[in-house]
Design a protein around this ligand. Structure first.
Ligand code: UD1
Length: 424
């Protein structure tokens, strides 16, 4: 199993090119199932989760190929079996995204229930309720969701019980092919939903209000192929900017979009960083200073994203003063705390609240990654720590950060991937 060996202490400086968003690429790949002619996706990040979804499409008989420009071409007409098996779904919860499109286009779907995951129980009840509201017959047997429709799905008004990104995406995709008008209320407003709505629109769907909490979809009989480019990854962007704040350095993230990062950029400013933006770049310059502590709570977009919580906790661990973090989205998303504390951080957790007392220096230690964003918080901590940190279980980071060690090394980090076979 690969590990990352990081020697801390270098100030990170330079430009980093941001990849396409994982959380957009996954629903977009699922949405290709809806099209009756092939779709070409560009700016698809090369990540384990994307590979898993492509494997899942392949397992269902869908033809997926990569062209010379590294674009992904998907032809869903060759689908032979609308089943997402447990072996693949258990490795990636986002496999549930295929449920809505399979049901809407092919009339039935069997998708293994994702089950629990490291950051909480994460049920999919809202996905199922939303599809049932469109007239689907849904049963759960032997760990699989079976969804069927008799005739076309029927447009309906549906109010989500809570704001769910994946739930909104799944029902939006199904509603695109339903008969009549669907109104989704209390919908998630994340930029990845807007990206999905934009691609569906390019395929011929009629959607209004994506990016607000009410999305109106007028269903169409069929959707066709298109060429679509995945939006930039706002969480990868924020993570590299955090590396600048963490090390007193200066990082410019390029090929990205500053707009969805407002809440995060305001926190960098509050920490005392100089923040500059252009149409497709953002620069955070800490000018050699130690960041000042800040407090925040994670909320749905456009508030501070839960996917940036762990990285900001790492910054707070070395900041001047004490800050508090309230995690309101997931029930068990502080698993990085014991690992950061092993590196000398002063973090106390009480339920959903973490109190972080900044220390002058962290010290390198062997640590273990527990989930995707938690692993980035350990990488950030290691970059600022004295001495060597060996991070185990980094397959978590490979699920969501493309070529992470290469990008950090370009910014001046001393980072190396080691494998057990290498003996380190
Ligand atoms: C997506 C993102 C993830 C991010 C999260 C919140 C992808 C692939 N992943 O995950 O990186 O951290 O949004 O911004 O896009 N819930 C229910 N029932 C449901 C659905 C959700 O109770 O049917 C709960 C979840 O347990 C959680 C909350 O709602 O507590 C938000 O989850 P949701 O927005 O659905 O997250 P994901 O789409 O899984």
């Amino acid at each position: 199993m690969d590990k990352l060996l990081i020697t801390g202490g270098n100030r990170l400086e330079g430009d980093v090119r941001i990849s396409g968003a994982k959380n957009s690429a996954l629903p977009l790949l699922a949405a290709t199932l809806l099209a009756s002619t092939p779709i070409t996706l560009s700016n698809v990040p090369h990540l384990q989760d994307v590979t898993t979804l492509i494997q899942l499409l392949g397992r269902m008989g869908v033809t997926v190929s990569i062209n010379e420009k590294c674009d992904v071409e998907v032809n869903a007409n060759t689908l032979s079996t609308p089943i997402a098996p447990y072996e693949l779904v258990k490795t990636m919860r986002a496999s549930i995204f295929v449920l809505g499109p399979l049901l809407a286009r092919f009339g039935e779907a069997q998708v293994s229930l994702p089950g629990g995951c490291a950051i909480g129980s994460r049920p999919v009840d809202q996905h199922l309720k939303g599809l049932a509201a469109l007239g689907a017959e849904i049963t759960v047997e032997k760990g699989y969701v079976h969804a069927r429709r008799h005739g076309r799905l029927q447009g309906a008004r549906f109010v989500f019980d809570m704001v769910t990104v994946g739930g909104t995406e799944n029902v939006l995709m199904a509603a695109a092919l339903a008969e009549g008008r669907t109104i989704l209320e209390n919908a998630a407003r994340e930029p990845e939903i807007v990206d999905l709505a934009n691609m569906l629109t390019a395929m011929g769907a009629k959607i209004e209000g994506a990016g607000t909490d009410t999305i109106i979809i007028d269903g169409v009989e069929s959707l066709s192929g298109c060429h679509y480019s995945v939006c930039p990854d706002r969480i990868e962007t924020g993570s590299y900017l955090a590396a600048a704040a963490m090390t007193g350095g200066r990082v410019r993230a390029t090929h990205t979009d500053p707009k969805p990062l407002d809440a995060v950029l305001l926190k960098f400013l509050e920490m005392g960083a100089k923040v500059q933006t252009g149409p497709d770049w953002i620069e955070v310059d800490m000018e050699g200073r130690r960041p000042r502590s800040v407090s925040f709570r994670t909320v749905a977009h456009p508030g501070f994203p839960t996917d940036m919580q762990a990285q900001f906790m790492a910054i707070l661990a070395v900041a001047e003063g004490t800050g508090t973090i309230m995690e309101t989205i997931f029930e068990n998303r502080f698993m990085h705390v014991p690992e950061l504390n092993r590196m000398g951080a002063g973090i106390q957790v009480d339920g959903h609240l973490a109190v972080v007392r900044g220390v002058e220096k962290l010290s390198g230690a062997p640590v273990m990654a527990t989930d995707l964003r938690a692993s980035m918080s350990l990488v950030l901590a290691a970059l600022a720590a004295e001495g060597d940190t060996l991070i185990d279980r980094i397959y978590h980071i490979d699920r969501g950060y493309e070529r992470v060690e290469e990008k950090l090394a370009q910014l001046g980090a001393k980072i190396r991937r080691v494998s057990n076979r290498g003996g380190a």
